[in-house]
Design a binder for this molecule. Structure first.
Ligand code: IMP
Length: 192
């Protein structure tokens, strides 16, 4: 089955290809010549995922899915949450976002946080939602070079490494998006 992943993030495309194996042919937005920025103006992760998937499904007539992820930090009352991408401003800099988090948590002993991903899937105009959570804590400094976004400052529970120090396969097994992808994959395999 061909499915469009409504994202321009090459890291996410790599992650899903590694998670789904050869069962599905995953196309990116570039592959269908969708070059515009997708609307993402809702106040929840599920709302944003559905908004992006609907846009692609309605404008390009394809079966597709979109994800939206937030980092929820307990000591910051759930920030940055749905605003994770633009936490330090409109230029979406991962380094500035991480610096802002570390700065705000400077005096905090409570470093608990979790990532949450919502995935919206649209198949033949029918909508389905999946979610996944990865619990862990925010480190005191950046560590590791792999991954993207907040990976260098997020240490998943049970590991002594940040997401940025894990291989893509290891991250997929325990990550928010990996878990949500797996649920979607099981659903798709069951359906076909
Ligand atoms: P979005 O869902 O792609 O809009 O991601 C929202 C924000 O969370 C962006 O700043 C991403 O870089 C960050 N983000 C999404 N997924 C991950 C992840 O797996 N690890 C670290 N940061 C992530």
């Amino acid at each position: 089955m061909q499915l469009v992943f409504a994202t321009n993030n090459e890291n996410k495309i790599k992650e899903i290809k590694s998670a789904l194996g050869n069962e599905f042919e995953i196309l990116s937005l570039k592959d269908i010549n969708c070059l515009e920025e997708l609307p993402e103006t809702q106040e929840t992760l599920a709302g944003n995922a559905l908004q992006k998937a609907k846009y692609v499904s309605e404008n390009y007539g394809v079966n597709c899915f979109a994800d939206d992820t937030g980092l929820i930090i307990e000591a910051l009352n759930g920030e940055p949450g749905v605003y994770s991408a633009r936490y330090a401003g409109e230029d979406r800099s991962a380094t500035k976002n991480m610096e802002k988090v570390l700065d705000k948590l400077q005096k905090s002993k409570n470093r608990s946080a979790y990532f949450e991903t919502s995935i919206a899937l649209i198949i033949n105009k029918e909508e389905f939602l999946f979610s996944g959570v990865a619990k862990g804590e925010i480190t005191k400094e950046l560590s590791g070079k792999d991954g993207f976004g907040y990976d260098p400052i997020f240490k998943p529970n049970g590991y002594n490494k940040t997401f940025a120090e894990l291989s893509i396969e290891e991250k997929n097994t325990i990550s928010h998006r990996g878990k949500a992808f797996k649920k979607m994959c099981a659903f798709l395999l069951n359906k076909s």
